[in-house]
Design a protein around this ligand. Structure first.
Ligand SMILES: Nc1ncnc2c1ncn2[C@@H]1O[C@H](COP(=O)(O)OP(=O)(O)O)[C@@H](O)[C@H]1O
Ligand SMILES: O=C(O)C1=C[C@@H](OP(=O)(O)O)[C@@H](O)[C@H](O)C1
Ligand SMILES: [Mg+2]
Length: 175
């Protein structure tokens, strides 16, 4: 199986869906943020604090090249991964890319439920976060839409939807 690479904005469910998909397929799962954290022995937040977003993007680019070398795996990227360097073209060459596409409202609802720390969203009021998501999604969409496959994620009010998305990916890729 060609590796499956999941992309999309923060809160789309890349990590959640990727993990469930890999489990079902019985293949290894790599979340790029987790991979970075274990290789650097620092959290994503610590990396942002120490070397800024620019430093993080360089590390992310390097680590992407490590995980994309693995065969027969599922990889979940960070929301910004496709938008820097030639990462998107590189991912399209290395595997089957899938964009989990969601509305700003769904993304915000997911992010509010989740406990994960996202440096780009810190120190903002709820209103500011919603505006930020809408604006950044518009800037990033053209990168995301280069993915080989796009799956629309509707408002997800329960985790059964994760399984629905996993089945959708499987039928799309015939895996
Ligand atoms: N299909 C879904 N239904 C409900 N909640 C979801 C779904 N997918 C993700 N979530 C929740 O949204 C939050 C963000 O998901 P996550 O997988 O971390 O997104 P990403 O990796 O794209 O930023 C998590 O708290 C997760 O439990
Ligand atoms: O969108 C982004 O620029 C980022 C998304 C995060 O990953 P998730 O999309 O899994 O939250 C993480 O890589 C970092 O906080 C930056
Ligand atoms: Mg994630």
């Amino acid at each position: 199986m060609k590796s499956i690479i999941i992309i999309g904005y923060m809160g789309a469910g890349k990590t959640t869906v990727g993990k469930a998909l890999a489990k079902e397929l019985g293949v290894m799962f790599y979340d790029l943020d987790w991979y970075i954290e274990s290789r650097m022995r620092k959290t994503v937040k610590q990396i942002f604090d120490e070397v800024g977003e620019e430093g993080f993007r360089q590390i992310e680019h390097n680590m992407l090249h490590e995980v994309a070398e693995f065969e027969n795996v599922v990889v979940s990227c960070g929301g910004g991964t496709p938008c820097f360097f030639d990462n998107m073209e590189y991912m399209n060459q290395s595997g089957n890319t899938i964009y989990l596409k969601a509305t700003p409202e769904t993304l915000y609802a997911h992010l509010k439920m989740g406990k994960g720390v996202r440096p780009l969203l810190l120190n903002k009021t709820p209103e500011e976060v919603q505006v930020f998501i809408r604006e950044q999604l518009m800037q990033r969409e053209s990168f995301y839409e280069k993915a080989k496959h796009i799956i629309d994620i509707n408002v997800m009010d329960n985790l059964d939807k994760v399984n629905e998305t996993v089945q959708e990916v499987r039928s799309l890729l015939n895996v």
